[in-house]
Design a protein. Sequence first.
Length: 277
Amino acid sequence: MTTQNSSGAAPVLRIREMTLRFGGLVAVNDLSMDIAGGSITGLIGPNGAGKTTVFNVVTGFYKPTKGVVEFMGQPLTGLPPHRVCAAGLSRTFQNIRLFQNETVLQNVMIGSYVRQKGAWWQTLFAFPAAVREEREIRERSLELLGHLGLAGQADAVSSSLPYGAQRRLEIARALATQPKFLLLDEPAAGMNPQESEELLNFIRRLRDEFDLTILLIEHDMKVVMGVCEDIWVLDRGLLIANGTPSEIRANPQVIEAYLGQTAPRSEVSLKKEAAHA
């Protein structure tokens, strides 16, 4: 199967022959894929397909058994998460991971520290350069909260926010690292239909306003078909399809992976589910 993204645009993220084994279990098997710069790309598949495992390898939480990950020509394979983040990739998680006892503003400021120039201890001793940098981080964090509609809750404890606002806060913290590439793991999880609809425009706005490339895992097909320009499909760790939303919607292998052996008779159901995107 070709590894070229369906848009034909130059890739910024390249994965080659990625394999990850946990003992006798092969979570990802010989995966190769290209993600085009400036794109909104989907990574989908049934539960247990290996999607989050791919995210964990790309972002340094797992080291692959075999294979190579490159971002803008720079090898990432084997780097720890903080160095992957410093290289320009940031992510959110399927289960929201905020600093629950810290304020909304503090959560975003923590994300900014990956770009901090001075040593952390210089702030404790009020070095002028460190104090100035801390003030700049605070100002940028407040501006970022304003962009995401959270400025009014800057001093609230993050755990007190409604679910949807916590999702946006996690994205704000990821953006505070000044990424070039953003990985979103099930951003619509737990959202009602209206919130999922609003998420489509939100993701597009993120891409355009922050000049990002976005890769997202999502089970909500209306979100995937509505916002993604290119889609990759995994099933049991194997890449089974890549294409535009219309191509993926009609792909027999994809339909079978989601619906099982009755897929040919159920194809219209998948098409209807995605047609409203």
